[in-house]
Write a protein that binds this ligand. Structure first.
Ligand code: RIB
Length: 310
């Protein structure tokens, strides 16, 4: 059965600046290349879910500009329903500037713009879309009160909520975590959220238990090229190794993981490890390509990579 996934979050046009290394203060440095691509944590997760086979709806906000139209077209090209993406005249479409160095490390500067204008009324207008979903996903590139309103609507309609607490934020309302079924941070975000330093599996168990105390039924901590650690409130836990590949650009790897996961997961999370393995496979493809939207794989590509590895 096809999962119905709603993503509420950011849409950014990414400017990718390929540089040898980060410039020092006062230094002028030549770039190797620059390019543009669709991005934003929310839209990346939506594209990942849609390309991996989920029936995907997106709730977000763009500016009244060509970047906004570019983002709408990129989402539509991947079959994402954008009926709940609205236009504001009060801010420009979100943008991100990605500094990608020769080591494949990235540093990102984000202009929130229209993403920050998404509001609780937008959630009310999208109530039917949310209620008609199996999963709803959000992150922190749009306002937290919007995330909370969306998750409350979801919980009232038996929709499973997935929170990606990214970018890392210290002050996350307890009331938001209380309505988050699955929380998916990376190591840094986990640390910021719980105050527990991630050094080994024991520290991940500790952090996960703290997130369970906050309300999460299930926690997945993504650990970059190593893989993903999972821990459920009933104590089911383990580590699913990542696939070894040569990364050229890790932008959107975590977003691909979350979107792809939501396309496969059962609502009762009974196939958690299989869904994590699928998500690891999807993000292993993303890191081998440049940019956010252009790098996110389709179901056919994920299945082909899986078959080739057998
Ligand atoms: O997670 C990657 C994304 O973060 C990029 O696409 C960029 O837009 C930033 O929001």
């Amino acid at each position: 059965m096809t999962n119905r996934v709603t993503v509420i979050g950011s849409l950014n046009v990414d400017t990718i600046l390929e540089i040898p290394r980060l410039p020092k203060p006062g230094e002028t440095l030549a770039m190797h290349n620059q390019s543009f691509a669709g991005g934003g944590k929310g839209s990346n997760q939506g594209i990942a879910a849609g390309r991996a086979g989920a029936d995907t709806h997106f709730i977000g906000k763009i500016g009244d500009d060509t970047n906004g139209q570019f983002m709408i077209n990129s989402m539509k090209d991947s079959g994402i329903n954008v009926d709940q993406v609205t236009v504001t005249k009060d801010a420009k479409t979100g943008q991100a500037f990605i500094l990608l160095d020769d080591e494949g490390q990235n540093s990102i500067l984000v202009y929130g713009g229209a993403n920050q204008k998404l509001n609780v009324d937008d959630v009310k207008n999208a109530e039917a879309t949310i209620a008609n979903s199996d999963f709803i996903i959000t992150q922190f590139e749009t306002p937290m009160d919007v995330a909370e309103a969306a998750f409350k609507t979801a919980k009232a309609n038996d929709v499973v909520t997935i929170l990606n607490p990214a970018p890392a934020r210290q002050a996350i309302p307890a009331s938001l975590l209380a309505v988050s079924d699955l929380v998916v941070p990376n190591e840094t975000e986990s640390q910021t959220l719980t105050g527990i330093e991630i050094t080994d599996e024991a520290s991940m168990v500790k952090a996960a238990n703290k997130m369970h105390d906050m309300g999460a039924k299930c926690v997945i901590i993504t650990v970059g090229s190593k893989g993903a650690f999972y821990h459920t409130v009933s104590g089911d836990t383990g580590f699913v190794d990542a696939f070894k590949v040569k990364a050229v650009d890790t932008t959107a790897a975590g977003d691909t993981f979350i979107g792809a996961l939501s396309s496969q997961l059962n609502k009762d999370m009974s196939n958690l490890t299989d869904a994590i393995r699928f998500a690891n496979r999807a993000s292993s493809i993303t890191v081998q390509r440049m940019g956010a939207h252009p790098s996110i794989p389709t179901l056919a590509e994920i299945e082909a990579a899986e078959a080739a590895a057998k």
